[in-house]
Design a protein around this ligand. Structure first.
Ligand code: PMP
Length: 430
């Protein structure tokens, strides 16, 4: 459109708070005109290959006809109704899908509106379970591993890594949880039993204080993009069982195929007691998350006094989001997603591997449709975005980590653009 009014862009930079930014000296936010397939078109005309899937979520790419249609059809009957005292088919059908597809027997589902809230719900479930079943006000702590990320609300923050998370800003008000070192053995390394000793010791010593363990299975995302060995996760499950402690798996980033399995827990062939999903649940279209739990947790909470689970968001079970999520899951399951994720994994592996020769690069790693280039020095967030835009790609690093997790619909030419663009930008840092 000629002479379109773009004054909103200036207004945005002065008034709109973007994620993790200084409102008085913000890092650039590039204005988007539209997005479709695996590309994002800027107002300034550049068309970028998307490496981020909007933070793990847009697995089918943007503007997908099937997801658009699901929302339009749902909109014809209702956009939203409260979930207290009312129910509807889109929510029930989605819940049925989630129960069918997730590992183990996670038969009860609490819908909420974002990943952080799904984590709060999981923590509250574990704490309410503990007070109902053990009648103890002591067994309320959460054990987790360093290097984790679980969201930005207070409960979630309390289990994020104490250094890379935001603990120092909120020390006086954050609940104090229990941390052990993250596993040393990498995903494809040789398992070393001593890697589990610290976890085992702390859990068995403090089991009377700990109601649950929370972790991101296999892939620690925003806390460091680290991939650890499946046997560690297996040992965690066994130790939780031995010590009467619940296991919460946060699959908000890893769920729905991203790591090459539908859920990352499957790499270790385990099922958690409580599972959080979000992000790609709706194919990245709308904000929706879910916390699933097994019969033990559901009956434990219900047997307490008053037996009600004390949470109820206004937009719980939003019908538009549920209809979209069901369509997204149907689309994923009907596709040959495993082969496709493997194609992305192979392409990223060979493309990123050679960057180990660059001086600025510390290491590279790939798992499923996730590729990481770890640098020796943190990038300059005020400058780096524009460098990637110049290369025609959308990549948003943090700290020393340049990483991609593209939509699964990315083709090989687009993948190669990502690899070439990252290579060029990173080589300029040498
Ligand atoms: N858990 C994990 C593993 C995440 O990666 C994130 C988001 N980055 C969250 C929880 C929080 O989700 P949300 O941003 O939707 O609140």
């Amino acid at each position: 459109m000629a002479n379109a009014d773009l004054s909103w862009i200036d207004y945005d930079s002065q008034h709109v708070w973007h994620p993790y930014t200084n409102i008085k000296n913000p890092t650039p936010a590039f204005p988007v005109k539209n997005a479709s397939g695996c590309t994002i078109e800027l107002q300034t005309g550049e068309v970028l290959v998307d490496g981020m899937a909007s933070w793990w979520s847009a697995i089918h790419g943007y503007n997908h006809p099937r997801l658009n249609e699901a929302i339009k059809i749902q909109l014809e009957s209702m956009a939203h109704v409260m979930f207290g005292g009312l129910t509807h088919r889109p929510a029930t059908e989605l819940v049925q899908k989630l129960i069918e597809l997730t590992p183990g027997c996670l038969d009860h589902v609490f819908l909420s509106d974002s990943g952080s809230v799904a984590v709060e719900v999981a923590l509250k479930m574990a704490m309410q379970y503990s007070s109902s079943v053990y009648k103890s006000s002591v067994k309320q702590k959460i054990l987790t591993i360093r290097g984790g990320y679980h969201g930005d609300t207070f409960g979630a923050m309390s289990v994020c890594d104490p250094i890379t998370g935001m603990h120092s800003l909120f020390t006086s008000v954050l609940p104090r949880q229990i941390f052990v070192d993250r596993p040393k053995t990498k995903f494809d390394g040789i398992w070393d039993e001593s890697d589990f000793e610290q976890f085992e010791t702390v859990l068995s010593k403090r089991r009377r204080e700990i109601c649950a363990v929370i972790l991101e299975p296999i892939v620690q995302g925003a806390g460091g993009m680290y991939f650890y060995h499946p046997t560690y996760l297996k040992r965690v499950r066994e130790a939780c069982d031995r010590n009467d402690v619940l296991l919460i798996a946060d699959e908000i980033a890893t769920g729905f195929g991203r790591t090459g399995k539908l859920f990352a827990c499957e790499h270790a062939d385990i099922a958690p007691d409580i599972l959080c999903v979000g992000k790609s649940l709706t194919g990245g279209y709308m904000s929706l998350a879910a916390t699933l739990c097994n019969e033990r947790v559901a009956s434990g909470i219900s047997s307490g006094d008053p037996g009600l689970f004390m949470h109820g968001p206004t937009f719980m079970g939003n019908p538009l989001a549920c209809a979209c999520a069901k369509a997204s899951i149907d689309l994923l399951i009907a596709s040959d997603w495993q082969k496709n994720v493997l194609r992305i994994e192979n392409h990223l592996s060979s493309g990123l591997e050679i960057m180990n020769q660059l001086k600025s690069v510390k290491s590279t790693r790939v798992l499923g449709a996730i590729g990481v280039v770890e640098l020796h020095q943190p990038v300059d967030m005020h400058l780096i975005g524009a460098e990637f835009v110049k290369q025609g790609i959308w990549v948003r690093p943090f700290g020393t980590l340049v990483y991609v997790m593209p939509p699964f619909c990315i083709n090989n030419a687009e993948l190669q653009s990502l690899v070439n663009g990252i290579g060029l930008v990173v080589s300029e840092l040498d």
